[in-house]
Design a protein around this ligand. Sequence first.
Ligand SMILES: Nc1nc2c(ncn2[C@@H]2O[C@H](COP(=O)(O)OP(=O)(O)OP(=O)(O)O)[C@@H](O)[C@H]2O)c(=O)[nH]1
Ligand SMILES: [Mg+2]
Length: 304
Amino acid sequence: MTDAPEVASTKCGFVALVGAPNAGKSTLLNALVGCKIAIVTHKVQTTRSKLVGVALHDQTQMIFVDTPGIFSATKRLERAMVAAAWEGANDADVVILLVDSMCKISDSTRTIAEGLKNSSKKAILAFNKIDTVRRDKLLAMSQELNDIGDFEETMMISAKTGNGLEDLQNKIADFLPEGPWLYPEDHLTDITERMLASEITREKFFERFHEELPYATTIETERWRELKDGSVRIEQIIYVERDSQKQIVIGKGGKGLKTIGQQSREELQELLGRKVHLFIFVKVRKGWSDDKERYRNMGLDWIQ
Ligand SMILES: Nc1nc2c(ncn2[C@@H]2O[C@H](COP(=O)(O)OP(=O)(O)OP(=O)(O)O)[C@@H](O)[C@H]2O)c(=O)[nH]1
Ligand SMILES: [Mg+2]
């Protein structure tokens, strides 16, 4: 009698990356998936809506969900972002609470730890940016958060250097259910090329402009035309709230806009693997952040 051949069982599940703004969630998503699908800046509130990135780890398909930072939101756009983040956590099989090791524990992080405990989700606490801090400095922070929340594991990682990511994925795999993969083996993300293009321009915008301007802006890809020679023509609109903001964005002699356009085009060419003709226009739309259509384009639910 011969034994039946052993079939390696597959696993699959959703893993939400949550945390206070700037913890490194999007950097981690890109590192886990192995390519840039989420934009990253040194500013808070860079990510505005949920974003899926898929990674294979042995026989486990991990569907990571990058989320906006969770903080005490007041404006409608901020509230919609925070609602999207909690939605990501609630829909996941496993939640990773990412903490910035360079800063003191924030009230937002405490609130998330409490919220996760109440939701009785399987959660992993991950201290990020350990390339910048001595591990023994994190013990007190780890103790405090473990007292507040209920975590299966506490891990130390660096999304930037990749340190600890293998261990993190092994732990995640332990907690994901057996089941068939939901996506084809080579599937990386749900983000459309149009959305990616808007996001890359927004990243350049966030890097160039300061104070309130990045938060008073949304960027949409209005037209996308494939040209016969294999290149693509992309038209985008930067919506701002006031005329004075429009002047700042355009800059003296159009320099501001030109720089953003150049940086965005170069990166898009690299990501899309073809020549890009990028045209960016600036429009004043007073109250765009109270306009339902803008929310749909950002991938956010409209919040009353
Ligand atoms: N030194 C170091 N910096 C990191 C690491 N991970 C992320 N960063 C930096 O932290 C900043 C914020 O990173 P993001 O990935 O945009 O953070 P986020 O949590 O997605 O931020 P929001 O989308 O605004 O909530 C960027 O300047 C990153 O380069 C890390 O492991 N080490
Ligand atoms: Mg982010």
